[in-house]
Design a protein around this ligand. Structure first.
Ligand code: NAP
Length: 248
């Protein structure tokens, strides 16, 4: 029987790749998006054409009400949620910390950190064996920025992802005996729209020569690692975050 998977930010980039690869692997995928409804529906249509099951839900990860509703709708459509990919994230234009306004700081934290917390909490409440659930797996999408710090560019973003790494470690230990594994990935320079929304569409391409592998990564390369962490192949892994960064 297909298991239900929630993928936040599944309309584009890494989230869309995860949704497609997960559906191929037999998951029923409930993907969320913030505003790109047409793109999200196109991912759903692709999955359904290929014989998979998917549903798109407009849901802001920073809204507690939206997150509860996302999980309710996922369960209504596909049964108990057994997997969560905490992927939704934003990046603001590059600037030094001294020029980062409080509004920008709070917006970055709201999506990247609070969103990850709210979705993880909702998943744990439903998956925990002690609460009548059947266990599950969570993968948090961090960034190499968490360990590189992103000086002169996005310290707000890097700090939000560093906090996600701490959340992964703590939550993994807290719920390990409750049948839930919690892991993460740190993508490096991945070829998606996030660089354009950060004001520099050519950023990944421009920095590619600085990557030991001399190239950007693809959303599928990140999705494949995430799928491994979600799968039974990773049954003895919890509390780890894997770099998917070409050696960066
Ligand atoms: P992307 O192409 O810009 O896609 C971002 C996705 O997140 C979209 O589906 C977007 O929805 C969704 N989203 C943004 N804010 C949201 C909110 N408040 N609520 C719900 N959904 C929201 O980004 P990406 O490159 O695939 O990045 C995915 C994740 O990987 C992020 O966490 C990012 O920080 C991380 N990452 C990316 C890179 C990279 O180089 N690309 C590197 C390291 C880490 P809409 O389409 O509706 O806007």
């Amino acid at each position: 029987m297909a298991r239900a998977l929630v993928v936040t930010g599944g309309s584009r980039g890494i989230g869309a790749a995860c949704a497609r690869v997960a559906a191929q692997a037999g998951w029923s995928v409930c993907l969320s998006y913030r505003s790109a409804g047409a793109a999200a529906e196109a991912v759903v249509a692709d999955i359904q054409r290929a014989g998979g099951q998917a549903k798109a839900v407009a849901s802001d990860v920073a809204s507690e009400r939206d997150v509860v509703e996302l999980f309710d709708l996922a369960e209504e459509a596909f049964g108990p949620v057994a997997g969560l990919i905490n992927n939704a994230g934003i990046l603001a234009p590059a600037t030094r910390l001294r020029d980062i306004g409080l509004d920008r700081w709070q917006a970055t934290m709201a999506t990247n950190l609070t969103g990850t917390f709210l979705c993880a909490r909702e998943a744990v409440r439903r998956m925990a064996v002690s609460a009548g659930g059947t266990g599950g797996a969570i993968v948090n999408v961090s960034s190499m920025a968490a360990v590189l710090g992103a000086p002169g560019e996005f310290i707000d973003y890097a700090a939000s992802k560093g906090a996600v790494d701490a959340l992964t470690i703590g939550l993994a230990k807290e719920v390990a005996a409750d049948g839930i594994r919690v892991n993460g990935v740190r993508p490096g320079l991945i070829d998606t729209d996030i660089h354009a929304s950060g004001g520099d569409p050519l950023r990944a391409e421009r920095l590619a020569p600085s990557v030991p592998m001399q190239r950007t990564g693809s959303a599928d390369e990140v999705a494949n690692a995430i799928m491994w962490l979600l799968s039974a192949e990773a049954s003895y892994c919890t509390g780890i975050t894997i770099n998917i960064s070409g050696g960066r």
